[in-house]
Design a protein around this ligand. Structure first.
Ligand SMILES: NC(=O)c1ccc[n+]([C@@H]2O[C@H](COP(=O)([O-])OP(=O)(O)OC[C@H]3O[C@@H](n4cnc5c(N)ncnc54)[C@H](O)[C@@H]3O)[C@@H](O)[C@H]2O)c1
Length: 252
């Protein structure tokens, strides 16, 4: 029996989008769990320190992924955990379904779905060569169920159409990779958060909370520990799974 199966001590773990709302807490939780934490984000955040590293990184740049991964590992050590938590999107993200241009739709699929899938593939292939590794992709409840549009009424908020295709695709492709690389010691899983409270309009929050079994939106720090769990030895027999961290949204 391992003393602390949740520990990430001695490992290097990378997180794309590690300077975002969810990414910041995931990066902090990984650091607290003992890993050298490598934040990969287009936006700069906290400065690099001993076990905390930042590299400017664009997940939508899909060229020479193997070479770029090698450069990251040469600088920061072998990466045994990789979390995709970036949220790339076009400036017209959220346009009503009827008005979305082909170009915008394709750009969002390319930036988000294709980037998550292709980086996961490259990283999984590298991990497979070492017979160990864990990848966690941030998906969403909207990759699992359709939106309830009544919660957005009388607000400027909506749930973008491409998001369903992107997150459903991320969940399905993570399962594919789990199956493809499982016998080589690589685990691939998803975490699907529900709505995280981020000072959304009051009307929206009220409607959202009313619909939820747990009766409240997620605190951002409630998403990070399931990610640590999936990176750690505590989940050594879990792969191809999607953990909904949603207060029960998808349970009813
Ligand atoms: N916030 C929520 O309520 C919620 C709910 C369900 C799922 N999610 C998912 O969680 C993940 C993180 O969401 P968030 O709310 O923290 O988003 P966010 O917008 O707060 O942060 C996203 C981060 O990604 C970075 N980023 C954007 N484009 C990038 C690129 N091309 N390359 C590298 N980094 C890039 C940004 O700089 C930012 O730091 C996303 O996959 C999102 O779909 C979020």
């Amino acid at each position: 029996m391992i003393d602390n199966p949740f520990s990430l001590s001695g490992r290097t773990i990378a997180i794309t989008g590690g300077n975002g709302l969810i990414g910041r807490t995931v990066a902090d939780a990984i650091l607290r769990s003992g890993a050298t934490t490598l934040v990969l984000d287009i936006a700069a955040g906290k400065a690099s320190g001993d076990n905390f590293r930042y590299e400017a990184f664009d997940i939508t740049d899909l060229d020479k992924r193997g070479e770029r991964l090698s450069a990251l590992e040469a600088a920061h050590g072998e990466i045994s955990g990789w979390v995709n938590c970036a949220y790339p999107r076009t400036s017209d993200w959220g346009t009503a379904l009827e008005q979305i241009s082909n170009e915008s739709w394709q750009a969002n699929i390319d930036r988000h779905l294709n980037a998550y899938c292709l980086w996961s593939s490259t990283v999984a292939e590298r991990m497979a060569g070492r017979n160990t590794g864990s990848i966690v992709n941030l998906a969403s409840i909207y990759g699992m169920v359709g939106p309830d549009f009544t919660i957005y009424e009388q607000t400027t908020m909506t749930m973008p159409a491409a998001y369903a295709a992107i997150k459903g695709g991320v969940i399905a492709y993570s399962r594919y990779l789990a199956s493809y690389f499982g016998h080589k010691g690589v685990r691939v899983n998803c975490v699907s958060p529900g709505g995280v409270f981020d000072s959304q309009p009051e009307q929206f929050v009220e409607r959202y909370n009313k619909r939820l079994p747990l009766g409240r939106m997620a605190r951002v720090d409630e998403v990070c520990w399931p990610v640590v769990f999936l990176l750690s030895q505590a989940s050594s027999y879990i792969t191809g799974e999607n953990i909904a961290v949603d207060g029960g949204w998808t349970a009813i």
